[in-house]
Design a binder for this molecule. Sequence first.
Ligand code: ZN
Length: 249
Amino acid sequence: MTRPPAGVPLQVVQILRRVWADKTIQPRVKTFAWRLLRLALGTASRVHRIISAINENCSRCGNLEDEKHLFFECSYARAVWFASSIGLRTDALSSSGRGIHTQIATILQQGQSQASAGMIFSIMWCLWKSRNDHRFNNKDWPIARVLHEAKAIDRAYDMGLEEDAISDHNHRIIPNANCVNTGATFPTNEHMQEGPRIFCDASVGLQETSPGRIQTGVGIFILTQPACSLSSAFFFSGGNITGFGTLGG
Ligand SMILES: [Zn+2]
């Protein structure tokens, strides 16, 4: 394993190494875990720093939406964790300001029943998908759906049913989402190497938002050293540039 980049908390490195080494976790869940822990997820508060017109608050409860809120503090997330097979009470987790990795590490270390890294990150990924559907499509997933999908994702890979779906990065229809992935580029197992990282993601809506207009979005994330932070991004919508911004890297 190559030397981890400077400025990344040791706990983050340890969790990512554990996730990457776990052959029972789907590559797309690993990619999500990487984006989450390397602070590259487009939470409302992060995107708001780039485009001030974007509401920085949680679409469910109106509180500031950062990773901690989204995955552990929002009442919706708390209900999901409590109803899960882990039976986790997130209010019992440390709420120190050191980042979401401290909470994740606590869950992993507590030896909670059935709290595999695969299940934990599958739940978090489904919370993220549920959040996107709520925020962008105004759809409210029942808590049972989040847990059902997380369980299916975790089990499906064990059963070797996902090989075709994840064999490439091209034009994969996202289940239960009203859009088509246009070919995101993902980090590989070289995630720990030093140097800047650039990620692209894009989606195209399947329904016209108004006559002749289909919503599209493109994001470019650049992670620079030593800061593990987003340094710039572009956003497009309906063929027109609706936002552009840069954060100091
Ligand atoms: Zn909330």
